[in-house]
Design a protein around this ligand. Structure first.
Ligand SMILES: [Zn+2]
Length: 419
């Protein structure tokens, strides 16, 4: 196997590419019903589309929803290897300003406070963010304190494009066909919605959308939403004796029927929860909105049954029909899609090790676009892209982290074999 000679030229290419993307305004908007959700996302989509064509990728296309597809052809004589894909998203989070991003480069980081903005004194400090200490000697890319950086997930795009360019420039590295997909609107939960799995044509893929170096994720929550409605009886308070049923007070009773130590604030790792998101109540009706989460599908089913049983119990006490519940499935743990296909995970794990990276396999306490794609027929674990402190002005990424991600992509491309 040829080792990957990622010299200074390539490092600079990667850095410049990321900075170019970071400067292009591409915030998404959950209130919009369009795809992409914001017109500015077309600017970066069109830029990347042209870039991929210029770099010589094959079958580069962009559809009416802004989804970009492109390929690195196989350079094997007998091309019967499975097609493997890499995916990331070009929108940035609406949680913080993403306009006029002014990335700053800090070579050979000394481990001290970084004053990102001399005017405002905005500082990125290891006393607040301990992991900064792991980056001493590295090249850090930060914001100027007035915006997010957008390493989530422009780092992922820069890595995938650079890996593709590298493979095209190094025909001696043998690999099968590689599919590339870039999406809008991941940050508002719609990155996978209009993804054309069939057109993409990969047997499986990896989203390059994790954070810290080494992250490899193929488990997420099973998720459902539950709405509990409680009906009361409104009567003038002066004439209410023996008649009024105040649903707001009943809601308080119901809330206490769920275990108070099974909430997001009291659970971690593989512990599931019931999360009371919103209470709306007056005398005649109360509406409690819950989300239910568990990695384990049996425990997840048990949770849905438990909350339903509590409603029945509640009705026994306060009268049939007092409360009703509606449960809606939201998403599933993608792990179930890897049964019999663990080579997808094994290849990624080995690719990390071959790049001298210690794999950090974690279960996501949330959902991902990859989880949705996994249920659309494209098994899709998530790999680190290197950025830290996502969705805010403290966001940063080390050039060396992005370089490692490029190597992981190349290692996966080399390793994919028919199973
Ligand atoms: Zn992301």
């Amino acid at each position: 196997m040829t080792s990957i000679d990622f010299n200074l030229d390539w490092k600079l290419k990667l850095q410049n590419r990321f900075i170019t993307y970071a400067k292009i305004y591409s915030t998404s908007d959950p209130e919009s019903e369009f795809t992409p959700s914001t017109p500015q996302q077309w600017d970066i989509a069109n830029y990347i589309f042209e870039e991929l064509k210029t770099l010589g990728l094959s079958d580069v296309s962009i559809d009416e929803n802004g989804y970009i597809y492109a390929y690195v052809p196989s350079n094997l004589e007998n091309d019967d290897e499975p097609v493997v894909g890499f995916i990331s998203h070009y929108d940035t989070s609406p949680d913080f300003n993403g306009k006029d991003v002014k990335p700053q480069i800090w070579d050979d980081y000394d481990g001290k406070d970084l004053v990102l903005n001399k005017e405002t004194g905005f500082t990125l400090s290891p006393s607040k963010f301990e992991t900064l200490k792991d980056y001493i000697g590295k090249t850090l890319i930060t914001t100027d304190g007035t915006s997010l950086l957008g390493a989530d997930d422009k780092a992922g795009i820069a890595e995938i494009v650079t890996a593709a360019e590298f493979l095209l420039a190094h025909p001696e590295i043998k690999h099968g066909k590689i599919a590339i997909g870039f999406t809008p609107d991941e940050e508002i939960g719609r990155g996978a919605h209009k993804f054309d799995v069939e057109k993409f044509g990969a047997e499986w893929a990896y989203t390059m959308d994790g954070s810290e170096v080494g992250e490899l994720e193929y488990e997420n929550f099973n998720a459902a939403g539950a709405v509990v409605k409680i009906h009361g009886l409104s009567v003038h308070p002066g004439y209410a004796y023996g008649k009024m049923v105040n649903s707001a007070l009943l809601a308080a009773d119901f809330i206490k029927m769920l275990p108070e130590n099974e909430t997001p604030g009291t659970t971690r790792e593989f512990e599931g929860f019931y999360h009371l998101m919103e209470v709306k109540a007056d005398i005649s009706e109360a509406k409690l909105q819950y989300i239910i989460r568990d990695h384990d599908s049996e425990k997840f089913e048990a949770r849905k049954k438990f909350i339903t049983d509590q409603v029945a119990e509640f009705n026994k006490k306060f009268g049939e029909g007092t409360a009703e519940i509606e449960i809606k499935e939201q998403y599933r743990n993608m792990k179930q899609q890897f049964e019999g296909k663990m080579h997808i995970i094994d290849i990624a794990e080995q690719a990390l090790k071959d790049a001298n990276i210690e794999p950090k396999i974690k279960a996501i306490r949330g959902g991902t676009d990859g989880a949705q794609l996994s249920y659309m027929g494209l098994p899709c674990p998530n790999i680190f892209a290197g950025g830290m402190n996502f969705h805010g002005p403290y966001e940063y990424v080390a050039l060396e982290s992005m370089e490692k991600a490029v190597k992981v992509i190349i290692n996966i491309a080399k390793a994919v074999k028919k199973k």
